[in-house]
Design a binder for this molecule. Structure first.
Ligand SMILES: *[C@@H]1O[C@H](CO)[C@@H](O)[C@H](O)[C@H]1NC(C)=O
Length: 307
């Protein structure tokens, strides 16, 4: 303990996205725009759901929760990344780094769980329409939403506690733009293969189980849709389902690429781009796809415009 304190880390330094000054300015502008749009669109969804009693249904309550988790998911990383693009040295305190790691992981896990529950909710609504109000009562919906948050925040504490108690050796340079287990484990003094393996297994279990449940729900949904007799009804149901599937696939696909893989070295530039996908891009496109492709939401928006 003594020794660890002497060599204790006070701060880490992010290598960040690029060292090219000109592309830094361009990236700053781009990410500031994406981030602002993400906040605006997600906050609008939350307000829309809250202020319209016609949207007080499980599907929209989950959507509101998804937007809420997305706001915190991006806010845990993007502002720090933006400030890093403006400064010469982008450092983060030891506590700050693990706090970011914790929030990034908890909100990310909440998102995985909510997407799963949303898929299940659509499965019940489309495949068991007659029993839907019984199977997904308001009470059950609240229970599901609350469980997603509680489970995710409990789940994320294990890797954070485990990695933060490992001894770190200099140089404390993180070759990434956020505090993620992979780059952090690279900085530990004894590179323990077993720790890396344990973390990988722990994370993959959740990603694997949530994504397979989600895809199974959509498989049942597609099967039911294919049985719809009228071709126009089939097309309409299919297009909504397809847009959900695109969102879910981008999110789970990129998260899987990052965390479900054997430990070892991976091309860092590809990792950064993939991380960008799920930390910056999906929080923006999720609310847009989920709401704009939805008739009820569009009607509420139109009604509000007319007022
Ligand atoms: C999230 O879900 C809970 C139900 O558990 C609901 O009361 C709350 O309004 C939802 N949050 C948002 C932002 O929609």
């Amino acid at each position: 303990m003594e020794e660890r304190n002497q060599t204790g880390v006070k701060e880490f330094i992010f290598n960040g996205l690029t060292s090219n000054e000109r592309s830094k300015a361009a990236l700053f502008t781009l990410f500031l725009m994406i981030y602002s749009l993400t906040l605006i669109s997600n906050a609008s969804i939350i307000m829309l759901v809250w202020s319209n009693t016609s949207l007080h249904k499980p599907m929209y309550i989950f959507l509101g929760n998804l937007s809420f988790s997305e706001i915190w998911f991006t806010t845990s990383t993007v502002p720090k990344m933006l400030s890093g693009l403006l400064s010469k040295i982008n450092s983060i305190s030891f506590e700050g780094c693990f706090l970011q790691f914790y929030f990034f992981f908890s909100c990310g896990a909440t998102e995985c769980l909510l997407l799963t529950v949303m898929g299940y909710d659509r499965y019940l609504a489309i495949c068991h329409p007659l029993h839907y109000t019984f199977l997904m009562s308001n009470y059950k919906c609240c229970l599901f939403a609350a469980s997603c948050w509680i489970l995710a925040f409990l789940w994320a504490s294990f890797p954070v506690i485990l990695i933060s108690t490992l001894p770190f050796c200099s140089p404390f340079k993180i070759d990434h733009f956020l505090c993620d287990p992979g780059p952090l484990l690279e900085l530990t003094c004894e590179k323990g293969y077993s720790t890396e393996m344990l973390i990988t297994l722990y994370i993959s279990t959740v990603i694997f189980s949530t994504s397979s449940c989600t895809f199974i729900s959509y498989a049942f949904i597609i099967q039911t849709i294919l049985k719809i007799p009228s071709s126009s009804g089939r097309r309409k149901a299919f297009s909504t389902c397809a847009s959900h599937l695109i969102v879910v696939s981008i999110f789970f696909g990129s998260v899987m690429y990052m965390y479900v893989r054997p430990p070892g070295s991976h091309p860092l530039n590809i990792d950064k781009v993939i991380t960008m996908f799920y930390s910056v891009v999906t929080p923006l496109i999720n609310p847009i796809i989920y709401s704009l492709r939805n008739k009820e939401v569009m009607e509420v928006i139109k009604k509000m415009m007319r007022l």
